[in-house]
Design a protein around this ligand. Structure first.
Ligand SMILES: Cc1cc2nc3c(=O)[nH]c(=O)nc-3n(C[C@H](O)[C@H](O)[C@H](O)COP(=O)(O)O)c2cc1C
Length: 186
């Protein structure tokens, strides 16, 4: 399996880091693009550098490298995950404004009808955000907001993070045990 992973400048870059860790364990080939804003938030929230985080991926790209293979539909992938996804990147995808490699790779995923998963992180959401999310959902984009559940009784932040990452893996069809599934106990 070959996936494109993008980390943009929303809070919650830990979700992207954890997804990369799990995909590495599962020998999934990852192509990582970190936006400039994402890089700043990695340093702020994870106390690590972008290059340290990039070691988790098989291939890495600059966001302004529009000549990278990922900019072309002829580069075959099994999907793309933007985790976390800023409202700016969401808007760019919804409106076809492909000014960087993340936006162009997402546009390619849409035009080639490949799996595209967004993990938006913003609250509260305004009408522009909601319109953009709906437009993309209608096109088949999978929207997994960074909204952990609590039915698995999380004991720490890692278990909250693993819930959201587990939902992404479910959508990709990757088997995992990152959280205990809901079962009604009478
Ligand atoms: C500390 C910090 C936290 C931010 N958190 C969010 C956020 O949670 N969601 C969001 O949509 N934008 C957030 N932003 C704003 C984005 O980083 C900004 O819109 C940026 O232009 C996004 O660019 P990108 O999509 O190319 O990464 C944050 C910015 C900073 C500096």
């Amino acid at each position: 399996m070959r996936l494109i992973i993008a980390i943009t400048g929303a809070s919650g870059v830990v979700y992207g880091k954890r997804l990369l860790e799990v995909l590495k364990e599962k020998n999934v080939e990852t192509h990582l693009i970190v936006s400039r804003a994402g890089e700043q938030i990695i340093e702020h929230e994870l106390d690590m550098t972008r290059s340290e985080l990039e070691k988790l991926a098989n291939y890495t790209y600059e966001e302004n490298d529009l000549a990278a293979p990922l900019a072309s539909g002829s580069f075959l992938t099994d999907g793309m995950v933007i985790i976390p996804c800023s409202t700016k990147t969401l808007a760019g995808i919804a409106h076809g404004y492909s000014e960087n490699l993340i936006l162009r790779a997402a546009e390619v995923s849409l035009k080639e009808r490949r799996k595209l998963i967004l993990v938006p992180r913003e609250t509260p959401l305004n009408a522009v955000h909601l319109h953009n999310l709906l437009d993309l959902a209608i096109q088949g984009v999978i929207i997994i907001p960074a909204m952990p559940a609590f039915y698995h009784k999380p004991k720490n932040i890692s278990e909250l993070v693993d819930f959201v990452v587990g939902k992404v893996l479910d959508s990709l069809g990757i088997v995992h045990e990152l959280f205990e599934r809901y079962s009604k106990r009478l």
